[in-house]
Design a protein around this ligand. Structure first.
Ligand SMILES: [Zn+2]
Length: 542
């Protein structure tokens, strides 16, 4: 282990701007620096580096951290590896305590080769793979293997003089009450690779009827299952070329899809799709096809994935396999044309979310219908204004209500949200974010929006008006849903904020009994003029 003191010493020598600029091009922007994010493809920079706070943050994909985190992510290194790298970059020496030893990562590669050899002699596994339609070629391509008895793995490690502690670090073996045991016993093994082509773990399917049909390696220094996708190392070229990625739920789905020519298929490793997967999914900016089972768990996972991906502005949609079928079965049954048709007819993420929400309710029941409307509206609010407008019509059609109702509901929700809901308003933060990204808009926005038009983030807006490069804004905006608007979207957002504001002002003046009719009309006249302008959608920002 590297000693705490020497880590602290190293940290005191690190400057986030110095370090990051050795990997990416940084441009000065106020008190901060900006760059195009190296973790997700983009053309306008949303990656901000704050020398004052010694952190970076990407407003596009949500990554962020300090110099060490950056090197870990950028170079795909473990924490100690990143420390070593930074130490050599900064000419600082690290001290290790007595337990220090370098991990030999070739050990897991050797075990993988051993498992592959075992498979060639294991009839039951061969038979199983054969019954699922997996070809010899796929067995080799995916390096499918077989882990036999616990003792076999232990003996293999011992007779090859491999370090047992390292094997434990990699999750190959573990210590139990009766000593060392292998994690994979009587299982078909699927090695899991990083994007750069290193084996970091295994998936294993039981061949002897064990309760857990599939298991994965435990989380280790190198194996983070919520960041990796099975098959990505083999799929990446096709993903970049075809600009499409198919995300499935299983190892066999990936293997069989590749076998049928869909070599852009990957799978999550027994987990749901999470924000941690997004940087990998973003690579090459592909359209994402979520291909999940039609059972309850699959539908729920598809719903959550669609929420996540629509919030993060991914293109693509969902394919649901019903009647107990899965992609692997369909390839095995030679239904390739059918699969092709399914993949080219996906349900867009937003449609899928709205459908899933509405399906939960009995629309014959007025109370239920109201709830469906409310929940759809809540979701709609997280989308960009243009999408909100598009999809409000769809919701109105599906619920068979007047589309006006969706709009009205929307404003009502916005007004009450600061009272009843949380202390975050995405659209307000996004307005602030847009100005941070495009400081030239500051004067125009300031002219139209006074701080008292902000329901939730008045304070942040005031800070921004004071000093646009105030680093405290960086921390406030650590929210992956906060996006920079295009000029048109910003306009629409401003209109949505201004319209109810002026309506309210006019109404308040009219209701004010202390004012004479003359005074009232003197005050409301300019307000009404403004409101007319807004209603005509006269561009405020152009
Ligand atoms: Zn990013």
């Amino acid at each position: 282990m590297i000693t705490k003191e020497s880590i602290e010493n190293l940290k005191s020598h690190l400057d986030v701007v110095d370090i990051l600029s050795q990997f990416i091009e940084l441009k000065k922007s106020g008190a901060n620096f900006k760059a195009c994010c190296p973790f997700h493809g983009e053309e306008t920079p949303s990656f901000v580096v704050s020398p004052a706070k010694q952190i970076y943050h990407c407003f596009g994909c949500g990554v962020g951290g300090d110099s060490i985190k950056f090197v870990m992510e950028y170079e795909k290194l473990s924490y100690p590896e990143a420390l070593e790298k930074l130490a050599s970059m900064s000419n600082v020496s690290l001290e290790h305590d007595s337990s220090y030893k370098k991990i030999d990562s070739s050990i897991i590669t050797k075990v993988n080769e051993h498992y592959q050899k075992l498979l060639t002699h294991h009839e039951a596994s061969q038979k199983y793979l054969n019954s699922r339609g997996i070809s010899e070629f796929s067995i080799e391509k995916f390096e499918i293997g077989y882990a036999s008895q616990s003792n076999d793995t232990i003996n293999f490690l011992k007779t090859n003089f491999l370090n047992l502690a390292d094997a434990q670090d990699f999750g190959i073996i573990d210590t139990g009450q009766n000593g060392l045991y292998s994690r994979f016993i009587e299982r078909i093994t699927f090695p899991i690779y990083t994007i750069t082509g290193t084996v970091v773990g295994f998936g294993g399917r039981t061949i002897s009827g064990h309760n857990a049909k599939y298991i994965n390696s435990p989380q280790t220094k190198l194996f983070n299952k919520s960041r990796l996708l099975y098959g990505y190392n083999l799929a990446k070229e096709t993903i970049y070329k075809q600009k499409t990625i198919i995300v499935t739920e299983g190892y066999l789905d990936v293997i069989m899809l590749h076998q049928a020519g869909f070599s852009n298929a990957v799978a999550t490793l027994g987990t749901a799709l999470t924000t941690e997967h997004l940087p990998l999914l973003k690579r090459g900016e592909p359209k994402v096809i979520v291909a999940y089972d039609g059972d309850k768990a699959g539908l729920n996972a598809a719903y959550k994935a669609s929420l996540l991906l629509s919030h993060s502005k991914f293109q693509g949609g969902v394919v649901i396999f019903s009647d107990g079928q899965d992609p692997a079965d369909m390839v095995n049954a030679n239904k390739i044309d059918e699969l092709n048709a399914m993949f080219s007819n996906t349900i867009p993420f937003i449609d899928f979310v709205i459908d899933s929400i509405i399906k939960k309710y009995d629309l014959e029941n007025p109370q239920d219908k109201q709830s469906a409307l409310q929940e759809s509206n809540e979701y709609l609010k997280t989308l960009s204004p243009i999408l909100q407008e598009e999809y409000s019509r769809l919701i109105a059609r599906k619920l068979n209500v007047n589309s006006q109702l969706i709009q009205v509901q929307h404003f009502e929700n916005q007004r009450t949200s600061n009272v009843t809901l949380s202390s975050i308003d995405i659209s307000e933060l996004s307005i602030i974010r847009t100005v941070l990204d495009y400081p030239e808009l500051l004067k125009l926005v300031q002219k139209e929006l006074s701080p008292d038009m902000f329901d939730v983030h008045k304070n942040e807006y005031n800070i921004m008006l004071d000093d646009i490069s105030d680093p405290s804004l960086l921390g406030l905006l650590l929210n992956e849903h906060v996006i920079a608007y295009t000029k048109e979207e910003l306009n629409n957002q401003l209109i949505m904020k201004l319209e109810p504001y002026y309506i309210k002002k006019i109404q308040e003046t009219k209701n004010n009994e202390t004012l004479s009719f003359r005074e009232k009309s003197r005050i409301t006249k300019p307000l009404q003029y403004k409101l007319r302008e807004i209603k005509l959608k006269k561009l405020i920002i152009c």
